[in-house]
Design a protein around this ligand. Structure first.
Ligand SMILES: NC(=O)c1ccc[n+]([C@@H]2O[C@H](COP(=O)([O-])OP(=O)(O)OC[C@H]3O[C@@H](n4cnc5c(N)ncnc54)[C@H](O)[C@@H]3O)[C@@H](O)[C@H]2O)c1
Length: 346
């Protein structure tokens, strides 16, 4: 059945891919709600939709709104009857959070509170999906990976503000009975990502014969690593969670003895790669040669961790698996960037 859904942060990197996935795989009407800052870019929509028939394009409505403000009457008239809210809007660039932490508190905590408070009065709300990060768990030791309900240990203002938003979401489910899911996602890569992020930035540097700086351990022997997942697989996992919300809740909380609990789902990376392995793959797929040096970045820059990791057993047990291997999706992505080089430029 057709639905109306709101994607906050829809003009951002993951938001626009989620919208594309919804347009391609459902007949839902989508409202993108975004304040269009340095990382929210309307050109993503025009580029992504350029070959879509006019009728399909009209399923997407784009609304400018900064969630730091309460939702006004005009916006209320457009979104009050939506069934699903995917809340992706956030200040998301860790480096920037270290320079300007309060902006992150406003965008990730206050703005989330405004949205949650508004959601209490929505007419048909079936699900509010809060999109969080593996970084709330802090650094993982080699071999360690965190489960959904493990303790948090934020090491930078970005992850602390995301964790703050999560706790508010849990409180709003417990207090007001809102239907909420919190997902934790790992490092995402894909088309039209902000060019300052590692994968597009590495390709840009290789293409322009610049040396790549690889963040590594103190003694410069071990490059930092991340679990990577392709953006289309993230969109697909979010849809899986949406479609299986009730089933997942029953799996996570089989005994309802202490009242409402909030579903949390880890969306695991497809593969752990260190920064040097990623750079080598980009070099192999692009044909550009790689010049690099390992640097001890983490001890000179607080707030950066060598390794993050979450455990994906729960969602896998429920039946979700990514469609792409990292190698296949990265090869496809490098080819896409080389055909669309404007997306590598700042
Ligand atoms: N990219 C990743 O690897 C990753 C990994 C885990 C979790 N996440 C989470 O996923 C979500 C999306 O990440 P992304 O990489 O697409 O980020 P992004 O920075 O590309 O997009 C965020 C969007 O939110 C908008 N926004 C920010 N503050 C706003 C506000 N106050 N009101 C309205 N709009 C606002 C921005 O304009 C931007 O379009 C974020 O919540 C992020 O924390 C991202």
């Amino acid at each position: 059945m057709s639905k109306k859904v709101v994607v906050t942060g829809g003009a951002g990197f993951i938001g626009h891919i989620l919208i594309k996935y919804i347009l391609d795989n459902t007949d839902w009407e989508v409202i993108s709600l975004d304040r269009l800052d340095y990382s929210g870019n309307l050109n993503r929509f025009s580029h992504m939709l350029k070959d879509y028939p006019e009728k399909e394009k009209t399923r997407l409505q784009i609304i400018y709104h900064d969630l730091k403000s309460e939702i006004n009457n005009l916006l209320d008239g457009k979104i009050k009857d939506a069934e699903i809210v995917f809340h992706l809007a956030a200040s998301s660039h860790v480096d920037r959070s270290i320079v300007d932490p309060l902006t992150f508190v406003e965008d990730n905590v206050l703005a989330t509170a405004n949205l949650l408070n508004y959601a209490r009065f929505m007419d048909n709300l079936e699900l509010l999906a809060y999109f969080s990060t593996d970084e709330v768990f802090g650094p993982a030791k080699p071999g360690q990976s965190f489960l959904e309900w493990d303790r948090y240990n934020s090491t930078n203002p970005y992850s602390a503000a995301k964790a703050g938003g999560e706790e508010l979401a849990i409180a709003f489910e417990n207090t007001y009975g809102l239907p909420i899911v919190i997902s934790h996602c790992m490092n995402v890569y894909g088309e039209r990502q902000h060019p300052e992020k590692y994968i597009p930035n590495t390709l840009w540097k290789l293409k322009n014969n610049k040396k790549i700086t690889i963040h590594a351990s103190k003694d410069k022997s071990t490059p930092g690593s991340r679990h990577y997942i392709y953006s289309e697989d993230v969109a697909n996992s979010v849809m899986f969670i949406t479609e299986n919300f009730e089933k997942l809740k029953k799996m996570q909380f089989p005994i309802d003895d202490i009242g409402p609990k909030c579903l949390k789902v880890n969306i695991p990376g497809t593969k752990e790669l260190d920064n040097l392995e990623v750079a080598k793959l980009i070099s192999e797929f692009s044909g550009f040669s790689l010049d690099y040096e390992l640097v001890d970045f983490h001890s000179s820059r607080p707030g950066h961790d060598l390794r993050y990791a979450i455990d994906g057993t729960f969602i896998r047990k429920a039946g979700w698996e990514p469609n792409y291997t990292v190698e296949d999706s990265l090869e496809k992505l490098v080819k896409w960037y080389l055909e669309n080089p404007e997306w590598l430029e700042f």
